[in-house]
Ligand binder design. Sequence first.
Ligand code: NAP
Length: 271
Amino acid sequence: MRYQLGLIGYPAAHSLSPPMHRAALQALGLDGDYTALAVQPECLSATVRELPARDYRGINVTIPHKQAVIPLLDGLSASARAIGAVNTIVVEHGRLIGHNTDAVGFGCALARVGYEPRGQAALVLGAGGAARAVVYALTQAGAHVTVWNRTRERAEQLARDFGATAATRLLPLARCGQFSLIVNTTPVGMAPDEGGLPLPMQGRGFGAQVVYDLVYRPRETALLREARAVGAMPIGGLEMLVYQGAEAFRLWTGRDAPVEVMRDAAISHGG
Ligand code: NAP
């Protein structure tokens, strides 16, 4: 069995997925490769339809194709349907099945630090594509989720879709103490604009047990530095990236992914 795997996105260069998946294939002694394909939107349909004939077993989907790819597929997992985005396609007997492993990846990184979302109050900053996977994962796991977003209507829509609550304005810091988990799904703090904070910290603690920043460049954002300083457990975006990849690898190969090998590969390629 040969595992021809890859990624479609635009741009597709600088992705950490090729080194992660190649290292995983090699660690398990599986024959195959993982290549990044730069696919412009007008070429998406033709590229996706050709995947079975080109012997692809699986492919990751990234910006800007995560929603546009849906009508091109033969089926969707329940989570991909609920989230409304596909980041992983499995080719099964010539049929293309769309999955979303971002939600699983997000949850695995929480489990790794021993955080159990059931019954907990969580604050999610942002209401874009990544936030949809995060809010889905948290509400499915039984958390009470509050969403804040710069554009309020998007927070309200997201909250409606998943049975969460939309915050009308960014909560005063004191009130953030009610959340045991704070998740940043905005790009605030991402290189090259390092130092930006999605939540005004004002040099005080904010009571959360875990602060999770989806940004993975830099590995430790200003938000995570602040979190660490006040005794909260910081989780960086690299963890979600690694675990979403591990779940995709499991779907494609049926094998448990070598998570440590994948993390090391991502880090050694600048993750
Ligand atoms: P997206 O769909 O474009 O959504 C971006 C969100 O961030 C929107 O809610 C937007 O608010 C908000 N936002 C953008 N700039 C802001 C600013 N200056 N101040 C406040 N809010 C701002 O993007 P996405 O796909 O969700 O990705 C968001 C981030 O998550 C990116 O940094 C991405 O790299 C990261 N991510 C990481 C992983 C991982 O595995 N670690 C996976 C997916 C995404 P408006 O609605 O007001 O525009």
